[in-house]
Design a protein around this ligand. Structure first.
Ligand SMILES: N[C@@H](CCC(=O)N[C@@H](CS)C(=O)NCC(=O)O)C(=O)O
Length: 215
């Protein structure tokens, strides 16, 4: 029995926590969840007890600590090769890893101006040109993947790449930023995943309000 513990932040706001969580839940990977909320202006001092970066998510496996969402997902994919968290074909896997790394390092305007917020009802937000360029790039990535591989997820079946873009689905939805029909279809299918619905429901029921994330 694999003994994994995933440390996460608030389900309403913690976009980086959402990425490994939705993949692990979707692929039915057993894990304990430790939710340590941030309701302080900068995270939560309690993160220091388990996280080398004072950030979430963090995965613990016995004496091993893994941080950074994509590193966590890579580790889980290695632990459970039969679950096929990445696409089987090496060219698709390379593409999936490229767009996942692009998410990790990019889209800073979209991420800073438009925080993930599971509780927020959709309402249009005026964003900067940089954020508009980020949205256009996200839609381009989704369109290329879905048109090339046939959907419904980015590489056919759900993979780590979809998990990496899951918080962006919420952002495009709640700030009404999408304008591509392919994006709308993709967002709909992502939001109908049982794992998505479980996370969203829990996030909506949380008591914590982080003012800086309420735009
Ligand atoms: N690159 C990191 C980002 C982690 C991150 O920024 N997490 C946020 C929560 S979504 C956090 O812990 N913030 C607390 C803080 O900045 O103090 C990853 O992929 O895991």
């Amino acid at each position: 029995m694999v003994n994994l513990t995933l440390y996460i932040g608030n389900k309403n706001y913690s976009s980086w926590s959402f990425r490994p969580w939705i993949a692990m839940r979707h692929f039915d990977i057993p894990f304990e969840e430790e939710l340590v909320p941030f309701d302080f202006p900068a995270g939560n001092p309690a993160f220091a007890a388990f996280s080398p970066t004072n950030r979430v998510p963090v995965l613990k496996h016995g004496g091993l600590t893994i941080w950074e969402s994509l590193a966590i997902l890579e580790y889980v994919a290695d632990l459970y090769p039969e679950k096929r968290l990445w696409p089987d074909r090496s060219d698709l896997r390379a593409h999936a890893r490229s767009i996942s790394a692009e998410m990790l390092g990019g889209f800073s305007a979209l991420r800073s101006e438009c925080p993930m917020n599971m509780r927020r009802e959709p309402a249009a937000l005026t964003v900067s040109d940089a954020a508009k360029r980020d949205v256009a790039r996200v839609e381009q990535i989704w369109r290329e993947c879905i048109e090339t591989h046939g959907g419904p997820y980015l590489f056919g079946d759900f993979s780590i790449a979809d998990a990496m873009y899951a918080p962006v689905v919420n952002r495009l939805e709640i700030y009404m930023l999408a304008d591509d029909p392919v994006a709308f279809d993709y967002m709909k299918i992502m939001k109908s995943l049982p794992a998505w619905r479980e996370w969203e429901l829990a996030g909506r029921q949380e008591p914590w309000i982080v003012e800086e994330d309420e735009v």
